[in-house]
Design a protein around this ligand. Sequence first.
Ligand code: GRF
Length: 234
Amino acid sequence: MRTRIAVLASGNGSNLRALFRFFGEGAPLADAEIAFVASNRSESGALALARERRVATAVITGGEDDAPVLAALLDQHRIDLIVLAGYLRLVPAAVARAFRGRIMNIHPALLPAFGGPGMYGERVHHAVIAAGVRVSGATVHFVDEIYDHGACIAQWPVPVYAGDTAATLALRVLRVEHLLLPRAVHAVATGSVQLDETGRVTGSFPSPDPAAAYALLAREDADIARDITRLLSR
Ligand code: GRF
């Protein structure tokens, strides 16, 4: 049976677009479908994109008080898995608990560094540059009741270059997000990656094996291939 995915997003929706591309019609890995998209911002690009694709949408407040509304929507759309793709609110605790192991987020840095409340959007990349670190990246993790805190599913690295601004770094990380997120979602949707009783992630996503992740990234995107070559030759 196809896994029914809900995507929560606040922003432009480029990660949602990457998910649609991966799971959309004619895609080779169509054992999951995006069945519902919700946003706390009525004018978000993500909602517009979902409407274009004729996927059910809703505007939610995103607050803790909204838990019953969100829970009812997830129920109504028979959602199996929630994906936070640039969602800026904390998911209500009751929803995070009910979907334990079936709710995941993408963060544009290598957690646990540069995460937590207030660390979103360009702020993350400003903080990375201010700290002077040379490697950033994208993290996909299971969601719990704390911002950017749940168990890590996958992390792919992105170099930080001298002269980077938050905007240039954000773009480089975003390209990797678009490749990483759909694959991580697919791994969770198909059960090849799971959160066990003790809170450990088990299964076989290529992330623990950097060589496999690099090979995949390099195949998909020439700019990323160049970045990886530079990263490895440091
Ligand atoms: C991404 O970098 C995501 O990781 C972050 O916000 C950005 C959203 O981009 N939380 P988009 O809305 O998917 O284009």
